[in-house]
Every structure is written in C-alpha cells, then in structure tokens.
Design a protein around this ligand. Structure first.
Ligand code: SAM
Length: 283
C-alpha cells in the first residue's frame, strides 16, 4: 500500500534533481536493506523505516546545501574501479582518466622490453591514478606519494579493497621528497593542484567542499607543475615519460616549462571536450 513515505512519493516530492535523488536513495536502500539500485523501480511502493528515512532526509538536506554526492555516498567510479572518497581527498574527475590512458599506453609500449614497468603517481589523493593503472597493468609496480596523511589513509584503504596493495606503495611527503634519492621510474604521472588561488571556481560547486591543498598551490596555479617538472629528470629512467594534467589554459606554459627542463618529444593531449589537459615529455 502506498503511503506518503514510500519511495515513489519521496522521490516525487524532493527538490533535488531526480538523477541525484535516485543516487542518494540507492545508497540508502543499499545501506539499510542491502537492496540493489533496481529496487528504486521494482520496490517503489515500499516505505522506509525510521532509520532509513532519517538518513534520506539528512542526505537530501546536505545535498541541497551543495555537498558533493560522492562525499555523501562515500564513493566514486573512476576508470574501471570504484574508489572510496571522503572530505580529505579530491573527488576523482573523469578528465583525469586521460592521464591514466596515456600512462597505460606507455606501459603497454615498454612492456615488450621491460619486465616490470615502474610508475610514479605524484599527489595520489584517493589513489585514483595509481590504482586505476595498477588495475589495468598487472605487471606494473607503482609508487604513489602525497603530503596529506588523510589522503594516504584513504588511498591505502582503496588499495586494500581492490587487492592492489601488494603492487602500490604509498609514501608521505612533498612531491619527490617522499622518495629515496635514487628512485627511478619508467613513467611519472601527476594531477597536481593547478587552480590559481584567485580563481572564482574555488568558491563554486563541489570545489567548496574539497581540500584546498588538493585544488590550488595558493599562488598562480603553476608552482606545483614547475616543481614536478624541475625534479622529473632526476627520477626518470632514460627515455622515461612524464605526463602532467593541467588547467585548460596552462598548456603552453607547461610545454615551455618542459622545454626549459630539457624534455624531448613534448606533446599536448586533449580531453573529450576538446580542451588541452595533459602535456607529455620524454627524457
Ligand atoms: C588535484 S589532487 C589529485 C588527486 C588524485 N591524484 C586525483 O587525480 O584524483 C592533488 C593532490 O596533490 C596533493 N599535494 C598537494 N601539494 C602536494 C605536495 N607539495 N606534495 C605532495 N602532494 C601534494 C594533494 O594532497 C592532493 O591529494
């Protein structure tokens, strides 16, 4: 029997966009009833018990105040894996899958000659890049660094859940400082904080809730890219590849930083929306 607390009524009367309301309700159904997402349709006349209803109301209200869905449900799909996320880490973006694809292409290329490709992910956050690469490239060994202990705790949990913890080592420290002096890699990947501190986007949407140190360098947006490029030659094997994600208007500057640092075969790469988002260079 239908009551005003059944799923159909709750989803029909919420002020949230239906797609978002369904994501949050699917989370409630999974957590309180272990029901799959399809129950949104097949069981739409079911009433929520008090606990589930209370949770729905809290999630609905938090989302109406702008909190990111990924933090509310505690997870986000990225490339071919699912990651746990919490307010201590950046929510992985689909744009960053381009960096993963570039890394995987290079790993497949060198796998003809190299038994164990060694890959470094600088500023790993939730572990997104390192874990997505490890998931697709079973011979690769990954090192992932971050200065944030909160982020590394989440990244380590993700590695364990994905059974990738034996192939991904997490180290805490500023960029290359976390590594031993002589560590060398075939591939360096990074999606560093590149938003300028004055960029109004920092005050909009999901970004308001994400860790500020994951988003901006508190300056022009270029300083982390500069540091990473300047240190890369010391940690790349001969012919090694660096691939860096950057802001849509930073491609020319990143290319010129790579030229100055002595990289060859410098290439720019566009995301699906046609924006230049990644620059690669070779030692
Ligand atoms: C844009 S987020 C990227 C997170 C993740 N790689 C991704 O793509 O979803 C940048 C990450 O760099 C880390 N970070 C910022 N400054 C750093 C530094 N000086 N050394 C190491 N990591 C740093 C932040 O903690 C954050 O996790």
């Amino acid at each position: 029997m239908s009551t005003e607390l059944d799923l159909r009524s709750l989803l029909g009367t919420t002020s949230l966009p239906l797609r978002e309301a369904r994501m949050l309700m699917a989370h409630v159904l999974d957590k309180h009833y272990q029901l799959p997402r399809s129950a949104l349709l097949s069981r739409d006349d079911m009433s929520l018990n008090n606990k589930a209803l209370e949770e729905w109301k809290i999630l609905e209200s938090k989302r109406l105040q702008g909190e990111p869905i990924a933090y509310l449900i505690g997870k986000r799909g990225f490339h071919n894996i699912e990651l746990q996320v919490a307010p201590g880490v950046l929510i992985p973006r689909s744009e960053t899958e381009l960096l993963v694809e570039i890394g995987l292409r290079e790993i497949r290329r060198i796998e003809k000659e190299v038994v164990t490709p060694k890959v470094l992910d600088l500023g790993t956050g939730s572990g997104a890049i390192a874990l997505a690469v490890a998931h697709e490239a079973p011979k690769a060994i990954l090192t992932a660094t971050d200065q944030s202990s909160e982020a590394l705790a989440i990244a380590r949990t993700n590695a364990k859940h994905l059974s990738l913890d034996s192939r991904v080592e997490f180290l805490q420290g500023g960029w290359y400082e976390a590594l031993v002096e002589k560590a060398l890699f075939h591939v360096i990947l990074s999606n560093p904080p590149y938003i300028a501190s004055q960029d109004p986007h920092l005050l909009q949407g999901d970004l308001r809730f994400e860790p500020i140190s994951a988003l901006t360098d508190h300056g022009s947006g270029l300083s982390c890219l500069e540091t990473i490029i300047a240190g890369a030659m010391r940690h790349l094997k001969p012919m090694g590849l660096i691939a860096l994600e950057h802001g849509y208007d930073q491609s020319e500057t990143v290319v010129s930083l790579m030229k100055t640092a002595g990289f060859s075969d410098i290439q720019t790469h566009q995301d699906l929306a046609g924006h230049h988002r990644v620059v690669t260079g070779r030692k």
